[in-house]
Design a protein around this ligand. Structure first.
Ligand SMILES: [Zn+2]
Length: 267
């Protein structure tokens, strides 16, 4: 009798567990949908001009840069930047800007820099030849132009210019790409502080500490991501900004006049 009761309880808990899990997945996709809908209605607010440092030299400057977006989280990032009166630079990806046109528009109208990362973000394609890279570059620039009426010339290569994954697809391709960009009036930027938010499930604390422990006098170009899984980045962002303001750092967006910062090319 007792065994039978145990069996029934176990059997029922199994179903309860499965249902809870499904429920969780459903709730998270509903949440994303709900955020997406909310986001559509958000009117762009132009950041106050005095809050945006363009190219004025400042002894301690921070460039917040976000790769791989936009996503539904970008709107939350824009809310934070707006509340703190801080500009940023977004290195966008093709498929995402098509889905989140309104977010790109909001970021652009607010005064942030819309820069390009990659249309496909597929290493095997873009790093197979200079031509493939340029096709990808032209395509993402046109997509941004469709939204902002501006053809961006500020660029960040997937994996940065020091990436060696590209060797797998073509020896020397990053050298070819960077020489081409230099010759054709493009401005490519790497980073000198990695927030570590690209790696797995970096917590808010890891991201915050990776940034604030590496801030220094001069230009601080911070690599972060605003793709859809980077909730911890959103949580760390206001803390990073508050810390930096407390220690007299100023914030700037990347423009053509920003001091270039390049990694050493390794392929
Ligand atoms: Zn990327």
């Amino acid at each position: 009798m007792n065994k039978a009761v145990c069996f029934i309880v176990l059997f029922l808990s199994f179903f309860l567990f499965i249902n809870l899990d499904e429920d969780k997945v459903l709730k998270s996709s509903l949440l994303e949908e709900e955020n997406f809908n909310k986001m559509e209605k958000k009117p762009p607010v132009r950041l106050e001009k005095e809050n945006i440092v363009l190219s004025e030299p400042s002894p301690k400057t921070i460039y917040l840069t976000f790769d791989d977006g936009p996503s539904y989280l970008t709107n939350q990032i824009l809310d934070i930047l707006e509340e703190k009166g801080v500009p940023a630079t977004f290195f966008v990806v093709g498929a995402n800007i098509e889905k989140y046109k309104d977010v790109v528009e909001r970021a652009y109208i607010s005064g942030h820099t819309i820069a390009v990362h990659s249309d496909t973000h597929v290493y095997g394609y873009i790093y197979s030849s200079l031509d493939n890279y340029l096709n990808d570059l032209n395509s993402i620039r046109s997509k941004v132009h469709n939204i902002t009426k501006d053809y961006p010339r500020i660029v960040r290569l997937p994996g940065g210019t020091s990436n060696t994954i590209s060797k797998k697809y073509k020896e020397g391709v990053v050298s070819e790409i960077t020489h081409w960009l230099d010759k054709h009036d493009y401005y490519y930027f790497d980073w000198n502080i990695d927030s570590l938010d690209a790696s797995g499930n970096a917590s808010k604390e890891v991201i915050y500490n990776s940034v604030i422990n590496n801030l220094k006098t001069g230009d601080n170009i911070i690599l972060m991501h605003d793709s859809s899984t980077k909730q911890s980045t959103v949580e760390a962002l206001p803390l990073i900004i508050d810390y930096a303001k407390k220690y007299d750092y100023t914030f700037a967006k990347i423009t053509k006049n920003t001091n270039l910062y390049h990694h050493k090319v390794r392929n």
